[in-house]
Ligand binder design. Structure first.
Ligand code: PLP
Length: 387
């Protein structure tokens, strides 16, 4: 009997070692890992640059308080602002903490500019923004909020993709709209670029802020924050997951304008700016910001998409739709997802579920074509077994 609080539906398997795209059990059984720590291990397991950075930093200094200047955090924030829309960064420890902080920053901004009545945030149905009380009631997924009342106030929700409902939902109390550029947990649902642009226009028209939750999509679409191809930028962006490739780190990215309200003492977190987290994130940026990295992600991503679509064409009774972009992919299934996932696992491929009867595929961005082919072959074999 486990002493861990039983909140996760775990598979009866565990791993002792990870290397690149693969996980290994104690008996050295090898699994192709397309869960990737749920979109975390963008460079695969135990990526040498990240391992080395953490090892070297841990010998020097692991943690100091935010009462002093932390040079490694300063340089990390500078690298992020140099390469994104953002002027400022607040480091957190997780995605949820980034979302929670973004809600606070939005409210504080309007308070500071003398419009405290603007304190409500509009979200989309099917979204997921984390498990704190505010993040739960922001996303408003009944299966997640049940039993956790009283409801946290300040959030309104519109159906995903319903432009008219969105326009109607905006009123004098609206402060911001929050959107995942691709809904991950919601079923790998891509928000098309013209809709992202539309969101920016609505926000500008009403003098409200746009928040992107890029926690799951960062890097995977072939850009740093997952939405840059749309040509627009938000006022705030929440990130986490892949930024540490397995070492916990998150961040809120924001503009100078939105940062206005945040003064000394207005927000804080003990482990934000932690030196090991910063070392890991620097090592990740060393890879992803290197010339040509994202071009390669796109090339391999297109190949991956093409191969998945071939599978869909070959097994129309099993795969209904191929969703997502590049390395954040989903297969909407016509068969039971749990059954399909168990069979994939028997065939040594690990994937994770999403809403709308989808499975999510998160290969490492460093996957070779051979490794992608290996996964495709396992899905094909599993489809054959189920046909
Ligand atoms: N937002 C999105 C889009 C996510 O995918 C997640 C996690 O899956 C979160 C927020 C919450 O992040 P965390 O689990 O790191 O708190």
């Amino acid at each position: 009997m486990s002493s861990i609080l039983d909140t996760y539906d775990r598979k009866s398997i565990s791993f002792v070692r990870g290397e690149g795209a693969f996980l290994y059990t104690e008996k050295e059984e090898k699994y192709l890992d397309w869960i990737g720590g749920i979109a975390v291990n963008i460079l695969g397991h135990s990526y040498p640059g990240v391992v080395q950075a953490i090892q070297e930093q841990s010998k020097k200094l692991m943690h100091v308080s935010n009462a002093v200047i932390i040079k490694e955090a300063e340089s990390l924030a500078k690298r992020i602002t140099d390469n994104t829309f953002a002027d400022k960064v607040f480091f957190t420890n997780s995605g949820t903490e980034s979302v929670e902080g973004a809600i606070k920053i939005v409210r504080r901004y309007f308070h500071t500019i003398g419009k405290p009545e603007k304190n409500r945030i509009v979200s989309f149905s099917g979204s997921f923004h984390g498990r704190s009380l505010a993040a739960l009631f922001l996303a408003n997924n009944k299966s997640h909020t049940e039993g956790f009342g009283p409801k946290v106030e300040g959030f309104d929700q519109v159906p995903f993709g319903d432009h008219e409902a969105l326009k109607k939902a905006i009123n004098k109390n609206t402060a911001a709209i929050i959107c995942e550029p691709i809904q991950g947990e919601g079923g790998v649902k891509v928000v098309p670029d013209y809709c992202l642009k539309g969101l920016r226009e609505i926000c500008d028209e009403h003098g409200i802020l746009l928040i992107f939750d890029s926690i799951q999509v960062s890097f995977r679409t072939g850009t740093l924050l997952g939405f840059e191809n749309s040509g627009i930028s938000p006022d705030l962006c929440c990130v986490a997951k892949g930024f540490g490739n397995g070492f916990p780190i998150g961040a809120i990215l924001l503009t100078n304008e939105v940062a206005k309200g945040m003064t000394h003492g207005s927000h804080g977190t003990t482990f934000g700016n932690n030196l090991l987290a910063c070392a890991a994130a620097h090592a990740v940026l060393d890879v992803v910001l290197a010339k040509g990295f994202f071009e390669e992600v796109k090339t391999k991503g297109e190949y991956f998409d093409k191969e998945l679509k071939k599978l869909k064409d070959s097994f129309p009774n099993i795969i209904e739709e191929v969703r997502g972009i590049n390395f954040i992919k989903g297969l909407k299934l016509k068969v039971d997802t749990n059954d399909f996932m168990s069979k994939l696992m028997k065939n040594k491929l690990l994937v994770v579920k999403a809403a709308e009867n989808c499975i999510r595929l998160f290969p490492s961005l460093l996957s070779t074509t051979d490794e992608l082919d290996m996964g495709i072959k396992i899905i094909k074999k599993t489809c054959e077994e189920m046909s």
